[in-house]
Design a protein around this ligand. Structure first.
Ligand code: DGL
Length: 248
């Protein structure tokens, strides 16, 4: 299978990392809209317009599947992308909802903290999906400051601890924590330290792998997929971060 992975910038590499670990695809085409990131502070119409441009970009590659690694795009533009794409399109929000539900099983009253960009949280996409499955103890929280910190490669330390304090001081410890943004897996160790190891972390990359394995029939493993990375601006930076995060 040949897959396209779309993100607003470099963050979607955290999803590519999970795809590589599970060796699902023969060819991976990554497109990050680095010229216009962040999407998480933009409005719905702009996010949809950008997402449809990405669909057009991917038409050059005869793909079997597009994975929308960006939570913000998955929350707002998935239907429009599906209507315009010439292949299947899957998004990380639906996958994250199902992964949370599978992990918590029948514990419908488990407390779930949902983190994301402002746009993702305002869309209520995770809340709607989880409520439909019977989970009602939900706390959505926009934590946009984590995005630039991760872009600055700050994954631990004082500044991050100060932002945890800023966002989480009045919250009770959740049973599950949804990392509803491509950047947040990079600070998952710091979040696990803050909340304690018994808080279950839901990671978009792992969630999409679980979703794909359930919905598609993978018969082969590809330990060395062909990969191409595209960025709408500063491709050198995408390359540098890809080499680092993906350990290429
Ligand atoms: N990729 C975005 C997401 O997962 C985070 C960065 C942005 O705001 O564009 O929501």
């Amino acid at each position: 299978m040949k897959v396209g992975v779309f993100d607003s910038g470099i963050g979607g590499l955290s999803v590519v990392k999970s795809l590589l670990q599970h060796q699902l695809f023969e060819e991976i085409i990554y497109y990050g809209d680095t010229a216009r990131v962040p999407y998480g502070i933009k409005d719905k119409n702009t996010i949809i317009r950008y997402a449809l441009e990405a669909v057009e970009f991917f038409k050059n590659f005869d793909l079997d599947l597009i994975i929308v690694a960006c939570n913000t795009v998955s929350a707002y533009a998935l239907d429009e992308m599906r209507q315009n794409a010439s292949c299947s399109v899957v998004g990380v929000v639906e996958a994250g909802v199902l992964a949370t539900s599978n992990a918590l099983k029948e514990k419908k009253n488990a407390s779930i903290l949902i983190l994301g960009t402002k746009a993702t949280i305002n869309s209520q996409a995770y809340e709607i999906g989880l409520k439909d499955l019977g989970f009602l103890n939900l706390t959505p929280k926009a934590t946009p400051l984590f995005v630039p910190l991760v872009e600055e490669e700050i994954y631990e330390g004082e500044i991050l601890e100060a932002t945890f304090k800023h966002y989480f001081t009045n919250l009770t410890k959740p049973e599950a924590l949804i990392l509803g943004c491509t950047h947040f897996p990079l600070i998952s160790s710091a979040l696990a330290n803050y909340f304690g190891e018994d808080t279950l972390l839901i990671h978009s990359g792992e969630a999409i792998v679980e979703y794909l394995e359930k919905h598609f029939n993978f018969t082969q493993k590809f330990p060395l997929p062909q990969m191409k990375f595209f960025a709408s601006e500063n491709p050198e930076n995408l390359r540098r971060v890809a080499v680092k995060w993906l350990e290429l």
